[in-house]
Design a binder for this molecule. Sequence first.
Ligand code: NIG
Ligand code: FE
Length: 408
Amino acid sequence: MKVLVKNISEIATPLGFEKKCGKSMKDIKVYKNAYILTEDGVIVEVAEGKFDESGFTGDIIDAENKAVIPGFCDSHTHFIFGGYRDEEYDMRLKGASYMEIQEAGGGIKSTVAATREESFDTLYEKGLDRLDSMLSMGVTTVEGKSGYGLDIENELKQLDVMEKLDSVHALDIVKTYMPAHDVPFEYKDNKEGYIDLMINKGIPSAKGKATFFDIFTEKGIFEIEESRRLLQAAKDAGFKLKLHADEIVDIGGGYLAGEMGAVSADHLLMANDKSINKMIEAGTIQTLLPVTAFSLNADYARARVMIDNGGAVALGSDFNPGSCHSNSISLMIALATIYMKMTIEETLTALTLNGAAAMGREKEVGSIEEGKLADLVILDKDRYKFLSYTIGVNIVEKVIKRGELVYD
Ligand code: NIG
Ligand code: FE
């Protein structure tokens, strides 16, 4: 089945089937007055000018002289969770820090208690709503983590919910197993016991159910050597690696990510130069989550240092019930461009092709070119530069997933 997307004022896209590093992040391709032809969900032609419609029997989507960009690839979320932490957020607004709340038994632990309580069906229904919200902001591929079960059964429950959601929802979901998000309450005096449980039972139980393994490498949570052991076990079991690194305290998590050959290290607010250089050398994508920095009222990650030294930067929402209860792509773009001083072209690459690469999907999605899935966003403006210029406003008008109009 062919689908023609016509009357496009401007197509703005990075090009390629690999992540973009350093200076090449800004080299996007812009087509003027263009069309896109798709067949069976895959892009077969992208060109300027008018497509000859005589004898064309496929479907036509009229972009009405608006701009088109690739569907956004949000490579860092924790969107399957029970309960909410609005009271904790209010405490933070009144001066308590994220870690103080965590140390007092709130934080991730309170979401773990709520997620264990919630049934598969409730988590599934909430997941559907959250995916709909992401789609309305132009996200077509999303990564989702477990990490609020912290036992064998409830971690798998989160992965299974995502598996079912992936089979019914237009968005594609890339699953990450994250039993090392925190030490659960019942192991509070026996962290080693929990690490052993994950290595001996947890990791084998999740094999084949998730692509990535992720860990919260942080002072007081999982320290460097504890993280290394867990990451090595996950790597040996065939998982690709991600780390929450250098979010609150610099303990060298970014450096460890490079050493372990992780696909991405995420947050990196406090990452030092040595860690940044190690990640660049190792080809580890540096995934920045500016809405979390904003929500924590923390310093932003040093995107300019990373990009100017040849690094590959991706952007993610980090949508979760605690540190960042927002999946806003438009706010993310505003913060990346204003506070992290990324250009809109770098931001676009970070949120599409590099986000795809951070999920291992760069061969299939993340750019508008022949051979990629037809995952497209039609903006309600005729130029892509409105993505940053229309500060903090969602300007997504239509979303096409695998050649099909899925949001209008
Ligand atoms: O990416 N830092 C660790 N994990 C999440 C927060 C999870 C939570 O607060 O529930 C993050 O910020
Ligand atoms: Fe996170």
